[in-house]
Design a binder for this molecule. Structure first.
Ligand code: PGA
Length: 250
């Protein structure tokens, strides 16, 4: 059975004082969790703080983006090795808030995915459709195309050590989560698509659901067969709510 995974995505929230308090609350509540791995993805400047506070706990940490390049004259970018310097073990890739606001192409996202893996980071690849695409019934085609860019260049075996997060764009930050059936159906589609190319990778890979997860809806979402946990935005900023979600995954 796959271990459940719950990832906090703090987005652009926090400061040194608030983070210290929130991470201390995470540390106090989370060690009793069984069968659930917990990760917190913080803004770049707080990686050192996350490392200092979390290094001897069972909570891992990571970033919310990385450069597609290894090193060089790329002003403002942060490389995989820099993330490793601060003990990061996960990195979110292709989040729709970045893909739309900073025009990230599927090709760029695919390069970041393998760049992360090449440096020992586990990529959390975000995929998902807009409301218009869902209403038009083309959501599987859209998500399939996002995955194909990686398959076509790097094959499917790379998914064995990766996490995919299905995040319907219409559900992110709206309070309107996908129903467990809608999410399960897409998760099953993603897993079977990987399975047609690499059965072992499909069995090993974790597929998270993200988009307005809260302690109440997490219970129904996380019991679905192909939902291996969640990527949590807003509710990860409140330790009690985040704990509720993590407990729902146990
Ligand atoms: P949300 O964000 O939980 O606030 O909807 C999820 C995400 O964007 O990862």
């Amino acid at each position: 059975m796959r271990h459940k995974l719950v990832v906090a995505n703090w987005k652009m929230h926090g400061n040194l004082v608030e983070n210290k308090r929130l991470l201390a609350e995470y540390c106090a509540m989370l060690p009793t969790l069984k069968n659930t791995d917990v990760v917190v993805c913080v803004p770049y400047p707080y990686l050192a703080q996350a490392q200092a506070i979390l290094q001897h706990t069972n909570i891992a940490w990571g970033a919310q983006n990385l450069s597609k390049d290894a090193v060089g004259a790329y002003t403002g970018e942060v490389s995989a090795t820099m993330l490793k310097d601060f003990g990061a073990s996960y990195v979110i890739i292709g989040h729709s808030e970045r893909a739309t606001a900073y025009c990230e192409s599927d090709e760029n996202i695919a390069t970041k995915f393998v760049q992360a893996q090449a440096h020992g980071l586990t990529p959390i690849l975000c995929v998902g459709e807009t409301l218009i695409e869902r209403e038009a019934g083309v959501m599987q085609m859209v998500v399939g195309k996002q995955l194909d860019t990686i398959f076509n260049t790097y094959g499917a075996a790379v998914f064995a050590n990766a996490v995919v997060s299905y995040e319907p764009i219409w559900a992110i930050g709206t309070g309107l989560a996908a129903s467990p059936e809608q999410a399960q159906s897409m998760h099953e589609f993603i897993r079977s698509k990987v399975a047609t190319l690499d059965k072992a990778a499909a069995t090993n890979m974790k597929i998270l659901y993200g988009g307005s997860v809260n302690p109440q809806n997490a219970v129904q979402l996380f019991v679905m067969q192909d939902i291996d946990g969640g990527l949590i935005g807003k509710c990860s900023l409140n330790a009690k709510e985040f704990e509720g979600i993590c407990r729902a995954a146990c």
